[in-house]
Structure formats: structure tokens, C-alpha cells
Design a protein around this ligand. Structure first.
Ligand code: COA
Length: 314
């Protein structure tokens, strides 16, 4: 995570907001900002650390996937930049655009490549520099989002653990609820010169997205539980996208969970889009919370709109 912190107190001096509103409505106390840092730089650092941690040489990678909604260029992709810098000579590389569902979508793609026998070693990285597309005069979004990166290595294995089942969906009819245009808003096929777009900021119809999550998140969680023939009380951890602590509380109540089973770190990092689930898992593992044999449900939801869940045994 970038070192620079943006606290609620700092935001109070920038827009008409206050710490009490932000904490009560979102659960966020501070977020990180990657000043003068490209998405690929965050991604590369996270990728290097994951490889070191896994004891894997970059030369052994078959595939690098970077989940990001804030790539540095149309092309080259963030994943190709990372592939080149890592010297992962035999790896295929592509970016995956699923915004806040990024890591969960990447898990499904990595699992599919491995099951198809197309890859043995995969590096999944999620990286965001959302601060580049946030309007810091818009209090409805600038208090929510933060920057960061997280990565994981996936390897083929004969063991019966790993990704047990997944459920991925999208609802493109709601795409306007969370939008960050990179091209002029006009019809791109219309004749004549294009207007230069200076409205690159992310806009979110927060309450509409909130309403969507109320049905989409339980739908995805119910689906993976059903597919694995398991019940919520058999799950050790629920690791959900950190969009709003109220969504996490809603899931805790709905499934009658011990609140300690629903991991929360939104207070320290805000909403980091696709990074959040991987960041939680990394923190949990380093804190010794993850033990072999445990079952984890991960769930992502957001821009697209996209959503999905996976059930993992570690
Ligand atoms: N500080 C103070 N007041 C604020 C504010 C801020 N930072 N942001 C908005 N408000 C105000 C609004 O202007 C509005 O005022 P009004 O009633 O006078 O019009 C009021 O607070 C309520 O706004 P609303 O947008 O309805 O708040 P909310 O309770 O829905 O909370 C979110 C806003 C964004 C925190 C919430 O909708 C949310 O988390 N949505 C889901 C986001 C999500 O899941 N994203 C997933 C992918 S990123």
C-alpha cells in the first residue's frame, strides 16, 4: 500500500463533510494515496512480493493477470509492463476490467486456466490508482476510494483444496450507476471531430449501487454455498469487497454470522476496488488467521456492474 494517508480530518478541510458522517455511513477512517505513482509500479511491487513469498521464479509463470479499472495506458496493458519488468519470458499477460469485482473475477479466470491445463503457475495482481480519477471536490466519492495493490500466486495442484467453486455475473443494464469515462460522452460513431473530454472523474450513484448489492451479494454467496453443498455456518471466513461497512453488517445479519467471521479493514484503506479482497486475505494470512482446512467465501461487486463469489479451501 502507498505510504501516504488521506484521513477523514484532512478531507474535512477539502470538502463539506465530517468524520462522524464518513465513519457512520461508510466505516472509513483513512485511505492511501499513490501520489506520482503509476498503477504498473504498484502492481509490479505487489507482484514481486507475492512471487518472493511463494518462492517462485518469474521465469516459471505461464500467465499474469492484472485486475484494474485504472490502467496507465490503453496499450500496453499493466500486465504486459509487469511481465516485461519481471522478466517472465514465457508468460501470457492481459488485464481484466471488472472494477471492484476484479480479484474475484481474476480468481475464476486463473482457476479456469489451471483446470483447462493451460497454465500451472499464475500471478494475479490487482492494482488501482483511483485517486487519479476521483474528483476531490465531490464529497460523495472522494471520501470513499483509496489506492493500492495486492497479489497472489495460483498453482496447479492435485490436492483437493484451493478454489472449490465460483459464481460470476454481470448486470450491464446498471452500468451508468458507476462510471468513469475515458472517451467523450457523445456517440463515438457520429461524424465530425470529437470533443475533448475533461470529465474523466468517477461518478457513482451510491444509493443505487447499495440497493444492487443488497440482492447481488447474497445471490452470489448463496450460489457458491449451494454449489459446494455447504451452509454459512461451515464457512470460517467471509471476505467481501470493502465498499461500505454497512454492506458487511448486512451480510453478517442476513446469515446470522459471528461478526468476527466477516473480515473488515475498510477503516484503514477505504474502497480500493478490485484490490480489497486480496488485501484482506494478505493481512489475514500475515496475522496468522488463515489455517489449513479452513473454508473461505470471497465476494466482489461493483463497477460494470459486476459481481461474483468463490468458495476456497486453504
Ligand atoms: N459528507 C457528508 N454528507 C454527505 C457526503 C459526505 N461525504 N456524501 C454525501 N452526503 C450527503 C448527501 O448529499 C445526501 O444529502 P441530502 O440528503 O441532503 O441530499 C446525504 O448525505 C445522503 O446521501 P446518500 O448518497 O443517500 O448516502 P448513502 O447513505 O447512500 O451513503 C454511500 C453514500 C456512497 C456511502 C453509499 O451509498 C454506498 O456505500 N453505496 C455503495 C457503494 C458500493 O457498494 N460500491 C461498490 C463498488 S465501488
Amino acid at each position: 500500500m502507498p505510504d501516504r494517508k488521506l484521513t477523514n480530518e484532512m478531507l474535512e478541510r477539502m470538502v463539506d463533510t465530517n468524520d462522524e458522517w464518513i465513519v457512520k455511513r461508510t466505516g472509513i477512517r483513512e485511505r492511501r494515496i499513490a501520489q506520482n505513482t503509476a498503477t504498473w509500479e504498484l502492481a509490479l511491487e505487489a507482484g514481486k512480493r507475492a512471487l518472493t513469498d511463494a518462492g517462485l521464479d518469474a521465469a516459471a509463470l505461464d500467465l499474469i493477470i492484472v485486475g484494474t479499472a485504472t490502467p496507465d495506458f490503453f496499450t500496453p496493458s499493466v500486465s504486459c509492463i509487469v511481465q516485461g519488468k519481471l522478466g517472465a519470458e514465457k508468460a501470457m499477460a492481459f488485464d481484466l476490467s471488472a472494477a471492484c469485482s476484479g480479484f474475484v473475477y481474476c480468481v475464476d479466470v486463473a482457476d479456469s486456466f489451471i483446470r483447462a491445463g493451460k497454465a500451472k503457475n499464475i500471478l494475479v495482481i490487482c492494482a488501482e490508482t483511483l485517486s487519479r480519477i476521483i474528483d476531490y471536490t465531490d464529497r460523495s466519492t472522494c471520501v470513499i476510494f483509496g489506492d493500492g495493490a495486492a497479489a497472489a500466486v495460483f498453482q496447479a495442484s492435485d490436492a483437493d483444496d484451493g478454489v472449490l467453486t465460483t459464481y460470476m455475473r454481470a448486470n450491464g443494464t446498471l452500468g451508468e450507476c458507476l462510471k468513469a469515462p475515458i472517451l467523450p460522452e457523445e456517440d463515438p460513431l457520429a461524424p465530425g471531430p470529437r470533443a475533448v473530454c475533461d470529465h474523466r472523474f468517477l461518478k457513482m450513484a451510491g444509493s443505487d449501487v447499495f440497493r444492487f448489492t443488497a440482492t447481488a451479494v447474497p445471490e452470489a454467496i448463496d450460489a457458491v454455498l449451494h454449489q459446494a453443498n455447504m451452509t454459512a455456518d461451515q464457512i470460517d471466513w467471509f471476505v467481501l469487497h470493502q465498499a461500505n461497512v454497512r454492506i458487511l453488517h448486512m451480510i453478517t445479519t442476513r446469515y446470522g454470522l459471528n461478526p468476527d467471521k466477516v473480515y473488515v479493514n475498510i477503516d484503514r484503506y477505504g474502497n480500493t476496488s478490485g484490490v480489497s479482497v486480496a488485501l484482506c486475505l494478505d493481512e489475514m494470512r500475515k496475522a496468522g488467521k488463515l489455517q489449513p482446512g479452513q473454508h473461505i467465501v470471497i465476494c466482489g461487486f461493483g463497477g460494470g456492474l459486476t459481481y461474483g463469489a468463490a468458495l476456497i479451501r486453504i
